[in-house]
Design a protein around this ligand. Structure first.
Ligand code: NAI
Ligand code: 15L
Length: 268
């Protein structure tokens, strides 16, 4: 049967807030978890992924988990270790112990951020390109994908790892013209990842059907994902404001953009 009750971790964050609005229309009842209180949701679970007991209780009885919680930008290794590496381990261990059959894991383009972006006429980046994290943050997403593979091979717990590009209401940079995932397409992709049969551990890229796409959406489409949006209507204005990407600039030459140079910037 299609999953109905879904635990959404990171529900107070930017993407979590967008998905809280959009996923119920696809037929889901959401159970919410975050370190921070979730505005307008008094029933949300306020817990740290470090709290194994709370995480175990939070996953009990759900049909699937969308795992968004964690540090979403570069930070010190110690902070990334706690929130993203140990936190994701705690979540998978709880899911295994409670028999939750599937996780949709918010991986990131930054797991492969040092991959050169394709130029005109070059092939799109495939999902089996080697991990080339651009930050400790990206490294934690590489780890999460490997953890998902381990829990599939060893325990039969399925995951769709979605290497999200940039999911915001609108693209705000020239780079995002290639990586943008509209919130509505994001909800469509999560829905496909929750309902496709026999996914084992599947890695997909997460974006809309952008004219300037850099990566291959075929594994996402194979789940039943049919993107409807394209960033192209934003192109003229963004290029007029910011100029075309400069291949001589390292922050423009790779998939991960400025993350290849970013110092730890996480505020807490
Ligand atoms: P965000 O930073 O707005 O939200 C993350 C949420 O996780 C926050 O509400 C935070 O309180 C919570 N959190 C952090 N540490 C926690 C812990 N130890 N225990 C419980 N909750 C914790 O990030 P955003 O943009 O909403 O991203 C959500 C997920 O998607 C993140 O895992 C991010 O890495 C990933 N992602 C997002 C992209 C995007 O375009 N928004 C692109 C690629 C990946
Ligand atoms: C990410 O992984 C971040 O979580 C998000 O805030 C954006 O910076 C996005 O990548 C991006 O590369 O645009």
């Amino acid at each position: 049967p299609a999953p109905r009750t879904v635990l959404l971790t990171g529900a107070a964050g930017g993407l979590g807030t967008l998905m809280r609005d959009l996923l119920p229309a696809h037929g889901y009842e959401l159970r919410l978890l975050d370190l921070m209180p979730v505005e307008g949701a008094p029933d949300a679970i306020t817990a740290d992924l470090a709290d194994k007991e709370a995480v175990r209780e939070a996953v009990r009885g759900v049909d699937a988990i969308i795992h968004l919680a964690g540090i979403s930008l570069e930070a010190s290794f110690e902070k990334i270790l706690k929130a993203n590496i140990e936190g994701t381990y705690n979540l998978y261990e709880a899911a295994r112990a409670e028999g939750v059959p599937r996780v949709v894991f918010a991986s990131s383009n930054h797991a492969v951020g040092f991959t050169p972006r394709p130029g005109d006429g070059d092939p799109l980046i495939p999902v089996d390109t080697p991990h080339r994290p651009d930050t400790f943050y990206g490294l934690s997403k590489s780890f999460g994908e490997d953890l998902a593979q381990l829990y599939w091979d060893k325990h039969g717990l399925e995951t769709v790892s979605v290497r999200i590009g940039s999911c915001f209401p609108e693209p705000t940079s020239v780079r995002m013209l290639s990586l943008w995932m509209s919130p509505a397409d994001g909800a469509r992709l999560f829905h496909a990842a929750l309902t496709a049969e026999h996914v084992g551990h599947t890695v997909v890229y997460g974006s809309s059907a952008n004219t300037r796409l850099w990566w291959d959406l075929s594994t996402a489409r194979a789940l039943g994902y049919e993107p409807r949006d394209d960033s192209e209507p934003y192109a003229e204005k963004l290029i007029a404001e910011q100029g075309e990407l400069d291949p001589q600039n390292e922050a423009h030459a790779n998939l991960g953009g400025h993350f290849v140079n970013d110092p730890p910037i996480w505020p807490y």
